[in-house]
Design a protein around this ligand. Structure first.
Ligand SMILES: C[S@@+](CC[C@H](N)C(=O)[O-])C[C@H]1O[C@@H](n2cnc3c(N)ncnc32)[C@H](O)[C@@H]1O
Length: 249
């Protein structure tokens, strides 16, 4: 692995490890009930179309076994089952509260998603198990190299990893505007949805985690260095969001 990526991972771990280990579960317990509505608010209404765009990049066939990593409220699993009902979908997330909301949402749509509560740095699945693995809106909270390696381990040869997240814009000017927007928007969301004290405390983290994160091109290189192939990274909205697709050969 390229030294600069290892350094970035070490710096992210050093800066955020305490929040990842001690605060994030409380944040997602707090936001679980209003997570989907808050996302629509924060994205100025773009969230549903971003999710649909991500889903449209995913090639899915009947009988595929799919894993959604950091599945939260099961938004991806539900959308995939709407696209192709004949799938076996697994969801893994550490937050009991987010998965409880997700289980109810899936049931309301008449779908079954196999939910597991687990930290995703060790995926509780055998090698070469899934045709498709997805990961959306969560990688900023993870040790990227560890989780992307785990995803590669559980993918079948020829299987695809689809990734979507808020990334660090490659353009410094856009990064500054974006961070100013988040700085203004996060307190409004906190007030509108009456966030708890841990969520309030973590507001600077949500901005800093983007500043210390990867750009679209950097994330493509990380995937390449981990041995993925056929990598496509496409950024939108000035590089604030990107979709990646990568194959395990
Ligand atoms: C912003 S939500 C994204 C949820 C979902 N993927 C979506 O698209 O809406 C981030 C999720 O990542 C989960 N998460 C963060 N760190 C985790 C870890 N180390 N292991 C498992 N889940 C984690 C949180 O519990 C939360 O549900």
């Amino acid at each position: 692995m390229n030294c600069s990526y290892m350094e970035k991972e070490n710096a992210r771990k050093k800066a955020f490890e305490s929040i990842w280990n001690n605060d994030l579960d409380a944040v997602f317990s707090d936001v679980a009930a209003y997570y989907d509505r808050a996302n629509i608010f924060a994205s100025l209404g773009l969230m549903n179309s971003l999710r649909s765009r991500f889903i449209s990049t995913i090639d899915i066939k009947p009988d595929y076994k799919v894993l959604d990593v950091c599945a939260g409220t099961n938004a991806i699993g539900i959308k995939l089952l709407k696209k192709q009902q004949n799938l076996t979908v697994y969801a893994v997330d550490r937050s009991i509260a987010m998965q409880k909301v997700g289980r109810n949402l899936a049931q309301r749509h008449g779908f079954h998603i196999n939910g597991l509560i687990s930290d995703v740095h060790h995926l509780p699945f055998p090698d070469n198990y899934f045709d498709v693995v997805t990961l959306q809106w969560a990688t900023r909270h993870l040790r990227v190299i560890k989780v992307f390696s785990e995803i590669k381990r559980v993918l079948k040869p020829g299987g695809y990893f689809y990734h979507c997240d808020m990334l660090r814009p490659a353009n410094k000017f856009i990064e500054e505007i974006y961070c100013l927007y988040l700085k203004a928007c996060l307190p409004l969301i906190a007030r509108a949805f009456r966030s708890g004290s841990t969520s309030l405390k973590c507001q600077p983290y949500f901005i800093q985690s983007i500043r210390m994160f990867y750009s679209t091109e950097e994330l493509s290189h990380v995937l390449l260095e981990l041995g993925y192939s056929n990598i496509i990274g496409r950024s939108i909205l000035g590089g604030t969001v990107a979709f990646h697709k990568a194959c395990k050969t």
